[in-house]
Design a protein around this ligand. Structure first.
Ligand code: EPZ
Length: 427
């Protein structure tokens, strides 16, 4: 099992390039199920979750070609044949976003069998709102052997009001509604840029969608959708992670190929902490951490609020800021997996329910730490970049799920980081 060895202390200097968004590419790949034609996606990140989705689609009978390098990170997907509309447990257990095939499969094939996603490190992660929406559209739902089965001759347009804002729930039902009979109105939708990106692809495929990116989306179902070519948005969380990396190391870093308009809440918070952030044109942001940092509170909210996917990374920065920072996690019930590891490195953090109080500034000392969920792992990378000495991060496959070649990108701007195979044996 790979590990990272990181020696802290180097300010990050230069330009770091952001890849395509994992959380856009996953629903967009699932959207290919909706048509017999070929769908070509560009700027797809080379991360484990994309490979998992490729395996999932192939297991259902699709042809998926993933080309990286000169092929400009392109995937070509053909779901002409869907021989087995099943998302199997072996795959779903490694990636709960597999639930994104539920809506498209029922809409295209009239049947879907998806393994109920187990919980995951950050919480129960139910999909009850996905299921409730499909039932409202006329799907017959049954549960057997840990699988949910959804059937419908043809889904019917409906009025759907989400009890809670759900990103993949909005995406799942948006895809289902695209081929439903009649109009669907969805209220209390997620407004994340990933929803808007998916809607852009579906529209290019012939779907009739209004209001993507707002809390009310209207879809006029069509009989068929055709193939399309679509470029995936930049990954706003990867970009945010590198902005924090530039700040925490006291560097001067340009984050390129990103979309600054997707990062308003984070940029505002970094500036409140005393970080110098400058937007250079439509796809570059310059961050300088040369001043002293002061603590600032955050409360995670749905987009455009402060993203839960940046909470762990922000907490690492808060350990280096003077004073207290209150970090409130409102979206997931167990998203403080990074806290104990940061404390082992010398951070002063107290958790009380969904609020963590970080008291800085505390020097961090290098340690052997364990990666857990994707963003908690990113937080440990950031802490190790500023810790005194050499840290060893175990189970970095968690990072590989959502960060493309992170050690190469960071080394390219001066970080002392290298990947090692299993150095001590064991798991
Ligand atoms: C998406 O997960 C992202 N994943 C997550 O990113 C992100 O943290 C999350 O949205 C919130 O922004 C992908 O897009 C693949 P939700 P998702 O449904 O859709 C509850 C990462 O690090 N809920 O918006 O699964 C749920 O338990 C990942 O890249 C229900 O109760 O999140 C949570 O408390 C981690 N019932 C809240 O809603 C449902 O049917 C928001 O979850 C669905 C969700």
């Amino acid at each position: 099992m790979d590990k990272f060895v990181i020696r802290g202390g180097n300010p990050l200097l230069g330009t770091i390039r952001v890849s395509g968004s994992k959380n856009s590419a996953l629903p967009c790949m699932a959207a290919a199920i909706l048509t017999e034609d070929e769908v070509v996606l560009e700027n797809v990140p080379q991360v484990r979750d994309i490979e998992t989705e490729r395996k999932l689609l192939v297991s259902m009978g699709a042809e998926v070609e993933l080309g990286y390098g000169r092929a400009q990170h392109r995937t070509t997907i053909s779901c002409r044949v869907l021989s087995d509309p099943t998302a199997k447990y072996e795959i779903v257990k490694t990636m709960r976003a597999s639930a994104l095939v539920l809506g498209p499969l029922v809409a295209r094939a009239g049947i879907a069998r998806v393994s109920m996603p187990g919980g995951c490190a950050i919480g129960a992660r139910p999909i009850d709102l996905h299921i409730k929406g499909l039932e409202t559209m006329g799907a017959q739902i049954s549960y057997e052997h840990g699988y949910i089965e959804a059937r419908a001759e043809r889904l019917k347009g409906a009025h759907i009001l989400f009890d809670k804002i759900t990103v993949t729930g909005t995406e799942d039902l948006l895809m289902a509604a695209a081929l439903a009979e009649g109009e669907t109105v969805m209220e209390n939708c997620a407004r994340e840029p990933e929803v808007t990106d998916l809607a852009a692809l579906l529209t290019a495929m012939g779907a009739k969608i209004e209001g993507a990116g707002t809390s009310t989306i209207r879809v006029k179902g069509v009989e068929k959708l055709h193939g399309a070519k679509h470029r995936i948005n930049p990954d706003r969380i990867e970009a945010g992670t590198y902005l924090v990396a530039g700040a925490i190391t006291g560097g001067d870093l340009c984050v390129s190929h990103c979309n600054p308009t997707h990062l308003g809440a984070l940029i505002g918070k970094l500036q409140e902490c005393g970080v110098r952030v400058e937007i250079l044109g439509k796809d570059q942001i310059r961050v300088r951490g040369d001043g002293s940092l002061k603590g600032a509170d955050i409360s995670t909210e749905e987009y455009p609020g402060f993203p839960t996917d940046m909470q762990a990374q922000y907490m690492a920065l808060a350990t280096q800021a003077e004073g207290a920072s209150l970090v409130k996690e409102n979206i997931f019930e167990n998203r403080f997996m990074h806290v104990q590891e940061l404390v082992r490195m010398g951070a002063n953090i107290r958790v009380d329910g969904r609020t963590a109080t970080v008291r800085g500034r505390t020097p961090l000392s290098a340690a052997a730490v364990m990666c857990s969920d994707l963003r908690a792992s990113a937080s440990l990378v950031l802490a190790a970049l500023v810790a005194d000495g050499e840290s060893i991060l175990d189970r970095v496959y968690n990072i590989d799920r959502g960060y493309e070649r992170i050690e190469e990108k960071l080394r390219g701007v001066g970080a002392q980081i290298r990947r090692m195979g299993n150095v001590f044996g064991g798991d």
